[in-house]
Design a protein around this ligand. Structure first.
Ligand code: SF4
Length: 374
């Protein structure tokens, strides 16, 4: 079993962000922990546990900004999970953090609460870019954060970087990559900027104040990241993730394997077998729902055979482990190979970085013929 806990609170909304967040100067920690624990209690008798064992193998505090929740809140949620089920020996417990929230004291408190891994929202080291993004940290916060996390005993540190920014910002992507790698993080996540509806960025774009980066520049930056990471000894093991040996993200890997997972908190998704369900997005609506009942589910669906097959294809192609070769027509495999989009090793096909740039198109084209016998 894997557990995701969505902590929605942020100090402000970043210009590109369309996540389910609640901007709060003060985090309502008591109310939040009470709501999450109540939702957790509702899961204890759920059939999701049948066949999934009683152990929680990974926990991921995502957001929002989980580092704005006092460490005591993290500790209470983990303690409750460990009491009702067991946290597996060596469980991976990840906390997303903004660099300015990482102090020596917080790092120690997170570690003693059970956090083993921290994912830092770095995004860029360029002061102008950080301001444009509405980030609340400065580049100087980042090395201090890594030092504090390591001194505090956190075993794995990941950094998030965003590429594909509008050319007008004149962001030096190569320099940002080198500054990130100089800090020797255990793991790097790469996100291409997309313009989502109802964000400040989409309003700027609507008014013609921002021109999205063109496909060519986007590809150049993605491939540059792939080359820099692999040259530095990282394994680019998934379309958006690279890790040093032994530091693949186990929680995310569980999603890609389609393991069962419970999501707690506003907007959190849960999945087991062919079942999927998700919570209301809004924090206040979530809190109210948990005051009157054991869940805050907004919707659910049952995947049919074709949807499962498509999910397996898509998730498999995202990862370096790839998919069984027989899932793809020999003609397509041949075309992918000669185009440099994939490699075939033994019985598996996996995409290259060039292939990952075309992931959606390859899945779309392939899925029309994929498992046509279903
Ligand atoms: S800190 Fe993260 S979740 Fe919060 S607004 Fe910024 S990008 Fe969104």
């Amino acid at each position: 079993m894997h557990l995701y806990v969505h902590v929605p609170f942020c100090a402000r909304r970043c210009s590109y962000c369309d996540f389910a967040i609640a901007v709060r100067r003060t985090v309502p920690a008591e109310a939040y922990v009470a709501a999450v624990v109540r939702e957790w209690e509702g899961w204890l008798t759920h059939p999701i546990w049948h066949g999934a064992g009683q152990e929680v193998r990974t926990v991921y505090f995502g957001g929002g900004t989980p580092s704005r929740l006092a460490p005591d809140g993290i500790s209470r949620i983990l303690e409750r999970v460990g009491r009702d089920r067991s946290l597996a020996a060596g469980a991976e417990v990840t906390l997303e953090a903004n660099p300015e929230d990482v102090t020596a004291r917080n790092a120690r408190a997170w570690r003693s609460a059970g956090v083993t891994r921290v994912s830092l929202g770095v995004q860029s080291f360029d002061p102008g870019v950080l301001r444009w993004m509405h980030r609340t940290h400065t580049a100087d916060h980042v090395p201090h954060a890594l030092d504090a996390l390591r001194a505090g005993g956190i075993e794995g540190v990941s950094v998030d970087l965003i590429f594909g920014l509008p050319s007008a910002l004149q962001r030096d992507w190569e320099q940002d990559l080198q500054l990130a790698l100089a800090l020797q993080p255990d793991h790097v996540s790469l996100y291409g900027l997309t313009i989502e509806d109802h964000t400040p960025l989409s309003h700027w774009a609507g008014r013609g104040e921002v021109t999205p980066v063109d496909d060519e520049r986007y590809a150049v930056e993605y491939l540059a990241a792939n080359a820099a990471l692999e040259a530095a000894g990282y394994e680019h093991y998934e379309v958006s993730n690279a890790a040093r040996a032994g530091h693949r993200a186990r929680h995310n890997s569980a999603y890609w394997r389609r393991d069962p997972f419970i999501g707690l908190g506003p907007s959190a998704h849960s999945g087991w077998g062919v079942e999927r369900q998700w919570n209301v997005r809004d924090w206040v609506a979530y809190q109210r729902a948990l005051e009157v009942g054991p869940s805050a589910v907004a919707g659910s669906e049952r995947l049919d055979d074709r949807a499962v097959a498509l999910e397996e294809l898509y998730l498999g192609l995202r990862t370096r482990d790839g998919i069984p070769a027989e899932w793809i027509d020999a003609d397509d495999r041949c075309r992918w190979m000669t185009s440099g989009w994939a490699t075939e090793t033994g019985t598996r096909v996996r995409l290259t970085a060039e292939g990952w740039l075309r992931l959606d198109a390859l899945v779309r084209l392939t899925s029309s013929r994929f498992r046509s016998t279903l």
